[in-house]
Design a protein around this ligand. Structure first.
Ligand code: FEO
Length: 410
């Protein structure tokens, strides 16, 4: 059943409680969840987010009993995943006078999902406001929390933040507000954060910087409890949980063999990224180093990055001898990855990866980085074509920073 619960003057929760064991990404939500949608019954009636696609028909029908759908002026879409935007298509087919308010990426995704080419869109930019006839909404772009298009909506007069997935909990609660919860929700709130938001930690910090400028009395997220009591506690928890422990004394070793100096430049940019994350690092061209020294450094390192240029489909110089020695060591608990500059093929990078995979270090891959840091634009092993230009150098620096995130969290 979908009903209407007042949360502020002319502001209502109109969500759906889903008390099944809900399949969600790669999880099963044992405690179920809710899909919180909000109705601002102002002179220009506005909906903020919808519900899961499985409940779209039921939800639109219930909404039509609350308001003449032709009166709806705005549908704010903070996030396009189907558990919140699932009813956008059904609603827009009936709410003929409504405009969808979302980010540029949100518009692109919604058109792709629901074939809404002919719908009216208001594309927001960070900080834009919208008068909805008795309330003013302010929109902040908060990308990658947890997908590219995400934004949050702040109702200025009500001092309510509508952040969609952010600040959510996965609990099929019927009490709605955190101060009515039967038990302390802090642990569930933290678990949600770790699973959904923490991989995108740097973006959490950006979001917090923006919302800390707002005067927030209540947080009305899209799953679980509305945080009416002590909203600031939950903002502080996000701040605390997204702060990395930079006091760890971590060490990285970068081993390389470079034909023309390009792989060496890649290593220098990686070192720059590690330095910016306060990871102590040593760059060693294996041509000039004693095997004993290399092995001693490898034993001490928390991260071993190994790079080579490619010649005749293989790595160059004496790097292979070094890798053979590495495979004899106990590298458990350490992380490793391959890198290199190449002209047209770059096989050396793959050969190095094979060697690293035969050690007992954790070899970092693209999917490992995505799952643990949310860095979707980084590829590992790291391959740079020809001489690194400014864009490639920046990519190397960002790669090193993403790898540092993994180390700092381990
Ligand atoms: Fe609750 Fe990202 O969906």
């Amino acid at each position: 059943m979908i009903n209407k619960v007042q949360i502020a003057d002319k502001a209502y929760w109109i969500g759906k409680v889903d008390d099944r064991k809900v399949p969600f990404h790669r999880l099963v939500l044992e405690k179920g969840t809710t899909y919180n949608s909000y109705f601002l019954d102002t002179d220009k009636p506005t909906i903020i987010d919808t519900v899961d696609i499985a409940f779209a028909g039921e939800w639109v029908k219930a909404l039509a009993e609350m308001v003449d759908l032709k009166r709806l002026q705005y549908l704010v879409v903070n996030h396009v995943e189907p558990d919140h935007a699932g009813a956008v298509g059904s609603l827009m087919s009936k709410a003929k006078n409504a405009a969808i308010v979302t980010t540029e990426k949100g518009k692109e995704f919604l058109i792709g999902m629901f074939k809404l080419q002919n719908a009216k869109f208001i594309v927001i930019k960070d900080g834009d406001t919208l008068d909805i006839g008795g309330k003013t909404l302010k929109f902040l772009e908060t990308p990658y929390l947890h997908t590219e298009e995400t934004m949050v909506t702040y109702s200025i007069e009500d001092k309510i933040l509508y952040p969609c997935d952010q600040f959510s909990t996965h609990i099929a609660n019927y009490e709605l507000f955190n101060d009515s919860a039967k038990e302390d929700i802090t642990e569930d709130f933290k678990v949600y954060y770790s699973l959904i938001m923490h991989p995108h930690r740097p973006y959490v910090k950006d979001m917090l910087t923006k919302i800390k400028r707002l005067d927030i009395d209540m947080i009305a997220p899209s799953h679980g409890y509305i945080l009416r009591d002590n909203a600031n506690k939950y903002i502080e928890l996000y701040d605390e949980m997204s702060t990395l422990n930079t006091k760890k004394n971590l060490k990285a070793l970068l081993l390389l063999s470079s034909m023309t100096g390009n792989t060496s430049k890649v290593a220098q940019s990686l070192a720059q990224g590690l330095n910016e994350m306060n990871i102590e690092n040593t760059v060693v061209n294996v041509k000039n180093a004693e095997m004993e020294t290399i092995i001693a450094s490898a034993k001490e390192a928390d991260l071993i990055l190994v790079g080579s240029s490619t010649k005749y489909g293989d790595m160059i110089g004496n790097l292979e001898d070094v890798l053979k020695e590495l495979t004899k060591l106990d590298l458990s608990g350490k992380f490793a990855a391959a890198f290199g500059s190449y002209g047209w093929s770059g096989e050396a990078i793959e050969v190095i990866s094979d060697y690293l995979n035969s050690t007992n270090a954790t070899v970092l891959t693209t999917s490992y980085l995505i799952k643990s840091t949310g860095a979707e634009d980084i590829r590992l092993p790291l391959r740079v074509a020809f001489t690194p230009d400014e864009a490639s150098k920046n990519l190397c620096i960002r790669t090193a920073k993403a790898i540092s995130e993994v180390l700092l969290r381990a």
